[in-house]
Design a protein around this ligand. Structure first.
Ligand code: HEM
Length: 337
C-alpha cells in the first residue's frame, strides 16, 4: 500500500508540475503549444531532471523567472496527519494538566506546575504516539471488515477510509517521532533536580520510619518489564520507519515489504500496548488514581490500541482469515455487489 502510495505521490507531483507548466506557459490544458508539449513529454520521461522534482536542493534562481516556489504545494500529504497529531496533543495535554496540576492546586493548594515541562509532556507524547500508531492499523482492520461484509474486494471504500489509508505512512512516522521523544524524556527522569529532592525526601522519611530497606519486589519487576517492552517497541518502530524510506523499500520485493510493514507493525503495537498495560500494573483498580472521577491517562491511552489488536485477533481466526484471503485473491460471494 505504502509503495503504491509513494508511486502516487510522484504521479501527483508530476501532475502538479504539469499544471504549473500550464500556468507558467499561460495556456489552458486544451490549447497546449508545441513548447509546452515538449516540456510535458520531458517531465513525464525524466521527472527527476525537472528542477521542481529534483531530489537535490534547488535554488530559486535556477527556476524559470515566471515560476514562484510559493506556488508549489507545501507537504500536502502531511496536512491531515499533522492536524490529527496537533489535536490529539492539545486534548491529552489539557486532560493531563487538569489531573496532574489543576487538581492538586484546587484541592490541596499545592503548586505542581513544575511537572508541566517534563512529567506532563511525557504523558502527552506517549499517549499521542500510541494513539497515532493505532490509527495506522485501524483503517486496515475496518477495510477487512468491509470486505468480509460485502463478500468482494471489488468496490470502492468510502472516501474517508481511502483518504485515511493514504496517510498511514505519515501517521506512523509521526508516531515514531513522538515515541522517540518519549524515550528521551523518560531517560532524563533521574537527571532532574526535582527527582533528586524527592529521592532525598523519601530517604529521610524512610529513616524516620526506621525502615532499612526500600526494595519493593512488585514495583521492581513492573518497571524492569515495562521499560524493556518500551525499548523493544521503539526498536521495532525504528525498523519499520527505516523500511519506509524509498531507498530502502525499493530494495524489498512486495512480500518482504508487506511482511515488515504488517507483521512488524502489529508486533510494535502489541509491544507498546503491553508496555502501557504493565506500566499501569495494579493502578487500574486503585481509587486514588481516579482523580476527580477521571481515569488515568494510561487507561485511556491503551483503549484504542487494545481494541485494534483484539479485532485483528478475531480477524486472524482461521475461518475469517481464510475467507479474507479468498476475497483478496478475487473470490466473490454470489450476488455480492
Ligand atoms: C526506550 C523506550 C521507552 C522507554 C524507556 C519508556 C519509558 C516509559 C516510562 C518511564 C513511562 C512512565 C512515564 C511516567 O512515569 O509518567 C512510560 C509510560 C508510557 N509509555 Fe513508554 N517508554 C518507551 C517506549 C514507548 C513506546 C515506543 C510507546 C508507544 C508508542 C510508549 C508508550 C507509553 C505510554 C502510552 C505510557 C503511559 C503514559 C501515561 O499515560 O502515563 N513508550 N514509558
Amino acid at each position: 500500500m505504502e509503495k503504491r502510495q509513494a508511486d502516487s505521490t510522484v504521479t501527483d507531483n508530476v501532475k502538479d508540475c504539469l499544471e504549473l507548466l500550464e500556468i507558467v506557459n499561460d495556456v489552458k490544458p486544451t490549447q497546449n503549444t508545441e513548447v509546452c508539449r515538449q516540456q510535458e513529454a520531458q517531465l513525464l520521461r525524466e521527472p527527476w531532471q525537472h528542477p521542481l522534482l529534483s531530489p537535490y536542493p534547488v535554488e530559486e534562481f535556477e527556476l524559470p523567472t515566471s515560476l514562484q516556489l510559493q506556488e508549489l504545494p507545501l507537504f500536502p500529504q502531511w496536512h491531515l496527519p499533522l492536524k490529527v497529531m496537533t489535536s490529539l496533543m492539545v486534548s491529552t495535554f489539557l486532560y493531563t494538566l487538569l489531573r496532574d496540576v489543576l487538581q492538586p492546586l484546587v484541592t490541596q493548594s499545592r503548586n505542581d506546575s513544575y511537572k508541566i515541562p517534563i512529567l506532563v509532556m511525557n504523558k502527552v507524547l506517549p499517549w499521542t504516539s500510541i494513539t497515532l500508531l493505532a490509527t495506522v492499523y485501524l483503517p486496515g482492520v475496518l477495510a477487512a471488515i468491509l470486505q468480509l461484509c460485502r463478500g468482494t474486494k471489488y468496490g470502492h471504500f468510502p472516501g474517508w477510509l481511502e483518504k485515511w489509508m493514504c496517510v498511514r505512512k505519515q501517521l506512523g512516522l509521526l508516531s515514531f517521532l513522538l515515541a522517540a521523544l518519549h524515550a528521551i524524556y523518560s531517560l532524563s527522569y533521574p537527571m532532574r533536580r526535582s527527582y533528586r529532592y524527592k529521592l532525598l525526601n523519601w530517604a529521610y522519611q524512610q529513616v524516620q520510619q526506621n525502615k532499612d530497606d526500600a526494595w519493593v519486589e512488585d514495583d521492581v519487576w513492573r518497571m524492569e518489564i515495562y521499560v524493556s517492552l518500551g525499548i523493544l517497541g521503539l526498536g521495532v518502530l525504528a525498523v519499520i520507519a527505516m523500511s519506509s524510506l524509498p531507498s530502502v523499500s525499493e530494495s524489498f520485493n512486495w512480500r518482504e515489504f508487506q511482511c515488515i510493514q504488517r507483521t512488524l507493525g502489529y508486533l510494535a503495537l502489541l509491544l507498546c500496548t503491553t508496555h502501557t498495560l504493565v506500566f499501569g500494573w495494579r493502578k487500574w483498580v486503585e481509587p486514588k488514581h481516579y482523580v476527580w472521577y477521571t481515569p488515568p491517562s494510561f487507561i485511556l491511552a491503551s483503549v484504542l490500541p487494545a481494541a485494534v489488536l483484539l479485532v485483528k485477533m478475531v480477524l486472524s481466526l482461521p475461518c475469517l482469515d481464510r475467507r479474507l484471503e479468498q476475497i483478496r485473491r478475487g473470490w466473490e460471494r454470489p450476488h455480492s455487489q
